[in-house]
Design a protein around this ligand. Structure first.
Ligand SMILES: O=C[C@H](O)COP(=O)(O)O
Length: 256
Protein backbone atom coordinates (compact mmCIF):
# COMPACT_ATOMS: atom_id res chain seq x y z
CA UNK A 1 0.00 0.00 0.00
CA UNK A 2 1.48 3.33 -1.10
CA UNK A 3 0.71 6.35 1.11
CA UNK A 4 -1.12 9.05 -0.89
CA UNK A 5 0.87 12.21 -1.48
CA UNK A 6 -0.82 15.51 -2.26
CA UNK A 7 1.58 18.31 -3.23
CA UNK A 8 0.53 21.90 -3.84
CA UNK A 9 2.54 23.64 -6.55
CA UNK A 10 1.85 27.31 -5.91
CA UNK A 11 3.77 28.31 -9.05
CA UNK A 12 4.67 32.05 -9.24
CA UNK A 13 1.86 33.26 -6.99
CA UNK A 14 1.45 35.04 -3.69
CA UNK A 15 3.06 37.66 -1.52
CA UNK A 16 4.27 37.64 2.06
CA UNK A 17 0.80 38.27 3.45
CA UNK A 18 -1.18 35.92 1.19
CA UNK A 19 1.32 33.11 1.71
CA UNK A 20 1.05 33.51 5.47
CA UNK A 21 -2.76 33.38 5.32
CA UNK A 22 -2.89 30.45 2.89
CA UNK A 23 -0.38 28.39 4.80
CA UNK A 24 -1.94 29.12 8.20
CA UNK A 25 -5.32 28.00 6.87
CA UNK A 26 -3.83 24.84 5.36
CA UNK A 27 -2.03 24.07 8.63
CA UNK A 28 -5.22 24.51 10.67
CA UNK A 29 -7.31 22.38 8.34
CA UNK A 30 -4.69 19.68 7.91
CA UNK A 31 -4.75 18.69 11.58
CA UNK A 32 -7.45 16.11 10.77
CA UNK A 33 -5.60 14.63 7.80
CA UNK A 34 -3.84 11.50 8.97
CA UNK A 35 -3.25 9.11 6.09
CA UNK A 36 -2.08 11.46 3.34
CA UNK A 37 1.35 13.03 3.05
CA UNK A 38 0.88 16.75 2.41
CA UNK A 39 3.50 18.95 0.73
CA UNK A 40 3.45 22.63 -0.25
CA UNK A 41 5.82 24.14 -2.81
CA UNK A 42 5.97 27.96 -2.58
CA UNK A 43 8.21 30.24 -4.63
CA UNK A 44 11.80 30.62 -3.40
CA UNK A 45 11.31 33.94 -1.52
CA UNK A 46 8.65 32.33 0.68
CA UNK A 47 10.62 29.24 1.70
CA UNK A 48 11.97 30.81 4.87
CA UNK A 49 8.56 32.05 6.00
CA UNK A 50 6.97 28.72 5.07
CA UNK A 51 9.62 26.69 6.87
CA UNK A 52 8.99 28.70 10.05
CA UNK A 53 5.18 28.38 9.78
CA UNK A 54 5.40 24.65 9.09
CA UNK A 55 7.67 23.97 12.04
CA UNK A 56 6.07 21.38 14.33
CA UNK A 57 3.44 20.36 11.75
CA UNK A 58 3.42 17.24 9.58
CA UNK A 59 3.16 19.24 6.35
CA UNK A 60 6.34 19.10 4.31
CA UNK A 61 8.04 21.80 2.31
CA UNK A 62 9.03 21.53 -1.34
CA UNK A 63 10.56 23.76 -4.00
CA UNK A 64 9.50 24.22 -7.59
CA UNK A 65 12.93 24.02 -9.22
CA UNK A 66 16.65 23.79 -8.52
CA UNK A 67 19.88 24.74 -10.21
CA UNK A 68 21.98 21.89 -11.55
CA UNK A 69 25.06 23.66 -10.13
CA UNK A 70 26.45 23.22 -6.62
CA UNK A 71 27.45 26.85 -6.00
CA UNK A 72 29.43 29.69 -7.55
CA UNK A 73 29.04 32.34 -10.21
CA UNK A 74 25.57 31.44 -11.50
CA UNK A 75 23.61 34.66 -11.07
CA UNK A 76 19.97 34.15 -10.27
CA UNK A 77 20.25 30.44 -9.57
CA UNK A 78 19.24 28.63 -6.37
CA UNK A 79 21.15 25.48 -5.49
CA UNK A 80 19.80 22.21 -4.13
CA UNK A 81 21.97 22.67 -1.02
CA UNK A 82 20.23 25.98 -0.36
CA UNK A 83 16.83 24.34 -0.71
CA UNK A 84 17.79 21.56 1.69
CA UNK A 85 19.14 24.20 4.07
CA UNK A 86 15.71 25.86 4.11
CA UNK A 87 13.99 22.61 5.03
CA UNK A 88 12.83 21.46 1.60
CA UNK A 89 12.20 17.73 1.41
CA UNK A 90 10.83 17.70 -2.14
CA UNK A 91 11.75 19.47 -5.38
CA UNK A 92 9.60 19.53 -8.50
CA UNK A 93 11.83 18.71 -11.50
CA UNK A 94 10.96 19.01 -15.17
CA UNK A 95 7.54 20.59 -14.86
CA UNK A 96 6.12 21.13 -18.35
CA UNK A 97 6.27 24.91 -17.78
CA UNK A 98 10.05 24.59 -17.22
CA UNK A 99 10.35 22.37 -20.28
CA UNK A 100 8.32 24.74 -22.46
CA UNK A 101 9.35 28.23 -21.28
CA UNK A 102 12.90 27.61 -20.04
CA UNK A 103 14.12 25.00 -22.49
CA UNK A 104 14.71 22.27 -19.94
CA UNK A 105 15.74 19.09 -21.70
CA UNK A 106 15.59 15.54 -20.38
CA UNK A 107 19.36 15.76 -19.80
CA UNK A 108 19.04 18.92 -17.66
CA UNK A 109 16.11 17.43 -15.77
CA UNK A 110 18.12 14.27 -15.04
CA UNK A 111 20.87 16.45 -13.56
CA UNK A 112 18.32 18.24 -11.38
CA UNK A 113 16.82 14.99 -10.14
CA UNK A 114 20.30 13.69 -9.39
CA UNK A 115 21.46 16.70 -7.39
CA UNK A 116 18.24 16.85 -5.36
CA UNK A 117 18.60 13.23 -4.31
CA UNK A 118 22.31 13.73 -3.63
CA UNK A 119 21.38 16.55 -1.23
CA UNK A 120 18.89 14.33 0.61
CA UNK A 121 15.63 15.55 -0.96
CA UNK A 122 13.09 13.68 -3.06
CA UNK A 123 12.46 14.84 -6.61
CA UNK A 124 9.00 14.95 -8.15
CA UNK A 125 9.80 14.18 -11.78
CA UNK A 126 7.10 15.54 -14.12
CA UNK A 127 6.26 13.91 -17.43
CA UNK A 128 3.38 14.38 -19.83
CA UNK A 129 2.26 14.88 -23.39
CA UNK A 130 0.81 17.89 -25.20
CA UNK A 131 -2.63 17.82 -26.78
CA UNK A 132 -1.12 17.48 -30.22
CA UNK A 133 1.00 14.53 -29.11
CA UNK A 134 -2.06 12.84 -27.58
CA UNK A 135 -4.05 13.37 -30.77
CA UNK A 136 -1.18 11.85 -32.76
CA UNK A 137 -1.31 8.86 -30.37
CA UNK A 138 2.21 9.62 -29.16
CA UNK A 139 1.42 9.76 -25.44
CA UNK A 140 3.27 6.58 -24.51
CA UNK A 141 6.27 7.25 -26.72
CA UNK A 142 6.65 10.81 -25.36
CA UNK A 143 6.52 9.62 -21.77
CA UNK A 144 8.83 6.74 -22.52
CA UNK A 145 11.40 9.14 -23.95
CA UNK A 146 11.08 11.48 -20.96
CA UNK A 147 11.64 8.59 -18.52
CA UNK A 148 14.44 7.05 -20.58
CA UNK A 149 16.22 10.41 -20.55
CA UNK A 150 16.54 10.14 -16.78
CA UNK A 151 17.07 6.37 -16.55
CA UNK A 152 19.84 6.34 -19.16
CA UNK A 153 21.69 9.26 -17.62
CA UNK A 154 21.45 8.48 -13.90
CA UNK A 155 20.14 4.92 -13.63
CA UNK A 156 17.02 3.26 -12.25
CA UNK A 157 18.09 3.14 -8.60
CA UNK A 158 17.43 6.86 -8.18
CA UNK A 159 13.73 6.07 -8.65
CA UNK A 160 13.85 4.73 -5.07
CA UNK A 161 14.08 8.36 -4.02
CA UNK A 162 11.69 10.13 -6.32
CA UNK A 163 8.04 10.44 -7.20
CA UNK A 164 6.77 10.69 -10.77
CA UNK A 165 4.01 13.14 -11.66
CA UNK A 166 2.02 12.47 -14.81
CA UNK A 167 0.78 15.84 -16.00
CA UNK A 168 -0.92 15.92 -19.39
CA UNK A 169 0.00 19.40 -20.63
CA UNK A 170 -3.47 19.86 -22.11
CA UNK A 171 -5.02 19.46 -18.64
CA UNK A 172 -2.80 21.93 -16.78
CA UNK A 173 -4.68 25.05 -15.71
CA UNK A 174 -7.28 24.45 -18.41
CA UNK A 175 -10.08 22.97 -16.34
CA UNK A 176 -9.89 19.92 -18.63
CA UNK A 177 -9.05 16.91 -16.51
CA UNK A 178 -7.99 13.57 -17.86
CA UNK A 179 -10.75 11.09 -17.11
CA UNK A 180 -9.85 8.63 -14.35
CA UNK A 181 -9.58 5.93 -17.05
CA UNK A 182 -7.29 8.03 -19.28
CA UNK A 183 -5.06 8.89 -16.33
CA UNK A 184 -5.03 5.32 -15.00
CA UNK A 185 -4.01 3.99 -18.39
CA UNK A 186 -0.96 6.28 -18.54
CA UNK A 187 -0.07 5.66 -14.89
CA UNK A 188 -0.18 1.90 -15.51
CA UNK A 189 2.06 2.38 -18.54
CA UNK A 190 4.56 4.36 -16.42
CA UNK A 191 4.58 1.67 -13.74
CA UNK A 192 5.12 -1.06 -16.34
CA UNK A 193 7.97 0.93 -17.81
CA UNK A 194 9.64 1.17 -14.38
CA UNK A 195 8.89 -2.54 -13.82
CA UNK A 196 10.85 -3.42 -16.94
CA UNK A 197 13.90 -2.15 -15.00
CA UNK A 198 12.96 -3.05 -11.42
CA UNK A 199 9.83 -4.78 -10.12
CA UNK A 200 10.62 -3.67 -6.58
CA UNK A 201 10.83 0.01 -7.46
CA UNK A 202 7.73 -0.22 -9.68
CA UNK A 203 5.72 -1.61 -6.80
CA UNK A 204 6.66 1.14 -4.37
CA UNK A 205 7.08 4.26 -6.52
CA UNK A 206 4.31 6.82 -6.18
CA UNK A 207 2.89 8.18 -9.42
CA UNK A 208 0.97 11.42 -8.93
CA UNK A 209 -1.58 12.90 -11.30
CA UNK A 210 -1.53 16.63 -12.11
CA UNK A 211 -3.85 18.64 -14.35
CA UNK A 212 -6.97 20.39 -13.05
CA UNK A 213 -7.32 18.05 -10.09
CA UNK A 214 -9.89 19.52 -7.73
CA UNK A 215 -12.21 18.54 -4.89
CA UNK A 216 -14.89 17.30 -7.31
CA UNK A 217 -12.71 14.85 -9.22
CA UNK A 218 -10.03 13.97 -6.65
CA UNK A 219 -11.73 10.87 -5.22
CA UNK A 220 -12.38 9.35 -8.64
CA UNK A 221 -8.81 9.95 -9.75
CA UNK A 222 -7.20 8.83 -6.50
CA UNK A 223 -9.30 5.64 -6.46
CA UNK A 224 -7.51 4.36 -9.55
CA UNK A 225 -5.06 1.61 -8.71
CA UNK A 226 -1.97 3.33 -10.12
CA UNK A 227 -2.76 6.91 -9.05
CA UNK A 228 -1.00 7.53 -5.75
CA UNK A 229 -1.55 11.23 -5.27
CA UNK A 230 -1.77 14.59 -6.94
CA UNK A 231 0.36 17.56 -7.95
CA UNK A 232 -2.08 20.40 -7.58
CA UNK A 233 -1.73 23.83 -9.19
CA UNK A 234 -4.70 26.21 -9.13
CA UNK A 235 -6.67 24.42 -6.43
CA UNK A 236 -3.69 24.52 -4.06
CA UNK A 237 -4.00 28.30 -3.85
CA UNK A 238 -7.33 28.04 -2.02
CA UNK A 239 -6.90 26.41 1.38
CA UNK A 240 -10.33 24.75 1.49
CA UNK A 241 -9.98 23.37 -2.03
CA UNK A 242 -6.53 21.99 -1.34
CA UNK A 243 -7.66 20.49 1.97
CA UNK A 244 -10.64 18.83 0.28
CA UNK A 245 -8.22 17.07 -2.09
CA UNK A 246 -6.06 16.01 0.87
CA UNK A 247 -9.18 14.63 2.57
CA UNK A 248 -10.00 12.69 -0.61
CA UNK A 249 -6.55 11.12 -0.22
CA UNK A 250 -7.46 10.09 3.33
CA UNK A 251 -10.83 8.71 2.20
CA UNK A 252 -9.28 6.59 -0.53
CA UNK A 253 -6.51 5.40 1.81
CA UNK A 254 -9.04 4.22 4.38
CA UNK A 255 -10.92 2.24 1.73
CA UNK A 256 -7.79 0.27 0.77
O1 LIG B 1 1.96 21.38 -10.97
C1 LIG B 1 0.74 21.39 -11.11
C2 LIG B 1 0.13 21.24 -12.39
O2 LIG B 1 0.73 22.03 -13.35
C3 LIG B 1 -1.37 21.28 -12.39
O3 LIG B 1 -1.85 22.58 -12.40
P1 LIG B 1 -3.45 22.81 -12.31
O4 LIG B 1 -3.91 22.02 -11.12
O5 LIG B 1 -3.62 24.27 -12.14
O6 LIG B 1 -4.02 22.28 -13.58
Amino acid sequence: MRQPLIAGNWKMNGNRSSVETLLSNVINGASTISKTEVVVCPSFPFLDLSERLLSGTSIKLGAQNTSTKESGAYTGEVSASMLANFGCQYVICGHSERREYYGETDAIIAEKVSICVEKGMRAILCVGETLNQREQEQTESVISTQLDGVITQIGIDIFNNIEIAYEPVWAIGTGKTATPEQAQSVHAFIRQKIASHSLVIAEKIRILYGGSMKAENACDLLSQSDIDGGLIGGASLVANDFLAICRAGDTVASQN
